[in-house]
Design a protein around this ligand. Structure first.
Ligand code: PAF
Length: 283
């Protein structure tokens, strides 16, 4: 596996692969790999000849007072895991390589980024779409993959790629969960064992919402109040949002009449955890 730190080297290598008619796949990451990251790598491998990952903790998507400094990092371990799944190249730039002195350009999707995570983290999506655009220009992939745990991020990237006519196929991958239902996330590393137990309420509340729907409840208010009840059980968590939304427009829905996004963001201790599912009417 090649480890590439400079933008120009990565671009030259990508040009070479493209001249050889090799199809390039990219898995953009912020590192500290868990099974969810490895699943993205395995899933995209069959869609291309060359598998590239990027590892870059992107300062532009963190707000003041957020966890940029303490975001978990372990490059050596990540590179070992990437080798194990057959990654061809890891692009691991420094911050200065991505945002050199005098950097002034940002990419912003309006509309769907103004709500949910965009409301509580105002610069988050602008930071994500900026760095992902840059990674697309540097690694020149034909195809890239993102996890559905960050559903709003996935939809925002799809919107950016469509709106800006980027010739890149975007794949989504289902959320990878621990055996007990906890969605895998690098931020789970912040949880004590007691908090980890409390964090199970996120996946449990998603399941309860689907159960309620299966029993005939359609009203969003009723479903969300049950979700909040499950999340708040025994206190100790702070709900940032728990919302039912149209999965394309992200508009609120008063009733569930078709596939509907149930999206959660909850603070458990210092960890802000997100999870979601698409609720379906039973046939
Ligand atoms: O989902 C992530 O890990 C990050 O937001 C991404 C897409 C790698 C951009 O920094």
């Amino acid at each position: 596996m090649r480890i590439i730190e400079s933008v120009s080297e990565m671009q030259q290598q990508a040009d070479l692969w493209r001249r050889e008619s090799r199809r390039i796949a990219l898995v953009p990451t912020m590192g500290y790999f868990h099974e969810g990251h490895l699943a993205l790598m395995r899933a995209i491998r069959d869609h291309a000849d060359i598998l590239v990952i990027s590892i870059f903790v992107n300062p532009a998507q963190f707000g003041p007072g957020e966890d940029f400094e303490r975001y978990p990092r372990n490059l050596e371990r990540d590179l070992g895991l990437a080798r194990g799944v057959g990654v061809d190249a890891a692009f691991v730039p420094t911050t200065g390589e991505i945002y050199p002195e005098g950097y002034q350009t940002f990419v912003e999707v309006k509309g769907i980024t103004q709500t949910l995570c965009g409301k509580s983290r105002p610069n988050f999506f602008r930071g994500v779409t900026t760095v992902v655009s840059k990674l697309f220009n540097i690694v020149k992939p034909h195809v890239a993959i993102f996890g559905e745990k960050d559903f709003q991020q996935l939809m925002t990237i799809r919107r950016m790629v469509g709106d800006l006519n980027m010739d890149i196929q975007i794949l989504g991958h289902p959320t990878v969960r621990e055996a007990d239902g906890l969605a895998m996330s690098s931020r789970n590393a912040y949880l004590t064992s007691d908090q980890r137990f409390k964090a199970l309420r996120l996946s449990r509340s998603l399941k309860e919402a689907q159960d309620l729907l299966d029993r005939g409840e359609r009203r969003s208010d009723a479903i969300l109040s049950r979700v909040r009840e499950v999340l708040a059980e025994d206190g100790d968590v702070r709900i940032d949002y728990a919302e039912l939304r149209d999965p394309h427009s992200f508009e609120e829905v008063p009733e569930v009449t078709g596939p509907t996004l149930l999206a959660l963001a909850v603070f458990v201790g210092v960890a802000r955890l997100i999870d979601n599912c698409i609720l379906h009417l039973s046939s």
